[in-house]
Design a protein around this ligand. Sequence first.
Ligand code: UDP
Length: 260
Amino acid sequence: MTRRRQIYEGKAKILYEGPEPGTIIQYFKDDATAFNAEKKGTINGKGVINNRISEYVFTRLSHIGIPTHFVRRLNMREQLVRQVEIVPVEVIVRNVAAGSICKRLGLEEGQPLPHTLIEYCYKDDALGDPLIAEEHISCFGWATQEEMQDISSMAIRINDFMCGLFSGIGIRLIDFKLEFGRLFDGDFSRIILADEISPDGCRLWDMETNEKLDKDRFRRDLGGEVEAYQEVARRLGLVQDQSANEVLDLDSHRKKREPK
Ligand code: UDP
């Protein structure tokens, strides 16, 4: 059996060469990192849940006309995606003050922002993903102004859709991170949504109790990480009610059967 070629290993995912040119397999790991990888850990079953949640959100987004890299889920931990050139800019959308913006601007966590904010960070681990202005992006050629138009308008549409999606299941979408990529077609390229959308890169609070259902449980040592991620999946209708562990059980079952 031939071993497939690994293209890249990130903090939470591994990318493998896909079955056809222009495709990639995205493998979701259980590894969790925070504070620019100073804190490391494992959240058992996280990869399985994030694979499902991201599949669901990307599919719903494609139904409202957002172009995405997602092709199809292959198994419990893998999805087939289109190969893109990642724009080295993290797009942060904020509805409510939390996390780094509170420290930076002295805001109280949980304070609704006067309007939705989009922030940009330069994607560079060695520099700790510094906050940048839109001017830096065109100045250093990370994306053109036309591409940034597409990115910002898609980010707003995605936020509107996701706010509704989550409020329908009793969850407040506080903030989240998006990544975009260039899909090439001959000499031309267009911007599409890439990476993942999961509780790893979103802040999701229960509407009634303000309980955190996202990676802040890991960042802040609150415990119950898997249960929180599972709760999001359950409310989205991706896990059967009777067995909160079903996703994980299926995964361990598959691991036993699948050759390495
Ligand atoms: N985020 C992310 N990856 C990053 C930075 C941020 O997924 O490298 C997400 C994070 O989960 C949160 C939002 O973007 O939902 C805003 O994060 P923030 O800037 O507050 O950074 P943090 O407080 O997580 O350091």
